[in-house]
Design a protein around this ligand. Structure first.
Ligand code: HEM
Length: 340
């Protein structure tokens, strides 16, 4: 087949998949920029791009393009080495006209791939994958800003990301204009123009990514994504689907009342309810009483569901409030409430 057997065909596939990846990276960068100016809107985008069929389809297509791009890159490198045979190292001084990045596209690609592995573990695995697999942790998968909080509160994250972004700059800058050459557009005037566009494009995208890494790190260290009142209201709304899943027959009513209650009121109420239910479920006398009749058993089952639902929500609120200044017990200066 021409696309896999001939060198021109392989370069064409690299150019096509590369063009797609440039578009993806540009969109991704613009989408992340929303999180700088309007974090709540960023969460809405994350919710929209959750485990819906269209988002899953887009992710699958993206994964296939990344895979093809990698496989063809390895094939082309091996083919070039074979063509040069033992003379690969014969010339140690490269001609000045050959750019450094063009010699190192494979290595740059490997650095980007390593960055991607870390990146997927920190975000995609906890968001889209967790939603499909039903392995959500304490944070709702749509709460993108809380995953920013988790990732960028680690000191090494911005360092690893910025190394990845620099490799991306070199890789994208070279790949961008050379893809036009690969598809046969190699007139000198146009290649010079494509080089200028490539440089501007990659620089803007990478500077935006670097700005994001800096802003997210500063905000994560300030615990902004956990403590901002408007974001807390939004996180509370995200619990409604969970309530509908966990709370059994009473779900609709409970979900509605929770939605209406402001975060500051709901949080202590839920934590209190969770503690009370836990106490009851751990009380052997109460258990014996409930287990003695069929109606009691039914009541107990209902209580277990409620206990589980309230427990999850209570843990989530405790996570959000873990570093809040501890409120004092009224009338007792210096004393904090025990149950947080
Ligand atoms: C500050 C920088 C970045 C942030 C904050 C960020 C954030 C995110 C988030 C939140 C997701 C998960 C979306 C979801 O599963 O719903 C994601 C997915 C992804 N990111 Fe990034 N990203 C950054 C940079 C990059 C860069 C530079 C690349 C590529 C070189 C990249 C490639 C990807 C890919 C391939 C996915 C999976 C997309 C999918 O499954 O549809 N990201 N990113």
């Amino acid at each position: 087949m021409w696309l896999s057997n001939s060198s021109v065909g392989r370069k064409f596939v690299m150019a096509l998949t590369g063009a797609f990846l440039v578009i993806f990276v540009t969109f991704h960068c613009l989408m992340n920029s929303i999180a700088i100016v309007w974090p709540a809107a960023y969460n809405s985008v994350c919710e929209f791009l959750g485990a819906n069929w269209y988002a899953l389809l887009a992710s699958a297509v993206l994964a296939v393009f990344i895979l093809i791009h990698i496989i063809y890159a390895v094939m082309l490198t091996l083919q070039n080495r074979k063509a040069r045979g033992n003379d690969r190292y014969a010339i140690t001084r490269k001609p000045k006209t050959v750019e450094w990045s063009s010699q190192n596209m494979l290595v740059l690609g490997i650095v980007i791939l390593a960055f991607l592995v870390v990146h997927m573990i920190q975000f995609w695995a906890k968001m889209q994958l967790a939603e499909i697999a039903g392995t959500e942790g304490i944070i709702p998968p749509a709460a993108g800003t809380l995953f920013l909080q988790e990732a960028f509160s680690l000191v090494w994250t911005p360092i690893v990301y910025i190394i990845g972004f620099i490799a991306l700059w070199f890789h994208m800058n070279h790949g961008f204009w050379s893809m036009f050459q690969s598809i046969g557009w190699d007139n000198n005037v146009w290649i010079a123009r494509f080089k200028t566009i490539a440089c501007w494009w990659s620089t803007i995208v990478v500077l935006l990514f670097i700005a994001q890494a800096i802003v997210f790190s500063v905000r994560a260290h300030e615990e902004y994504y956990k403590t901002d009142p408007a974001l807390r209201e939004q996180y509370k709304e995200m619990l409604v689907p969970m309530i509908e899943k966990d709370f059994g027959p009473d779900a609709a009513q409970i979900a509605q009342s929770f939605e209406m209650m402001p975060y500051e009121q709901l949080s202590p109420l839920v934590k209190n309810q969770a503690d009370q239910l836990e106490q009851q479920l751990n009380n052997p006398e109460a258990m014996a009483y409930f287990n003695s009749t069929p109606q009691g058993k039914e009541q107990l089952e209902n209580m277990r569901r409620l206990g589980e639902g309230f427990g999850k929500m209570s843990n989530f609120f405790k996570y959000l409030e873990a570093n809040d200044p501890q409120p004092e017990v009224p009338g007792m200066p210096g004393m904090q409430p025990a149950n947080r």
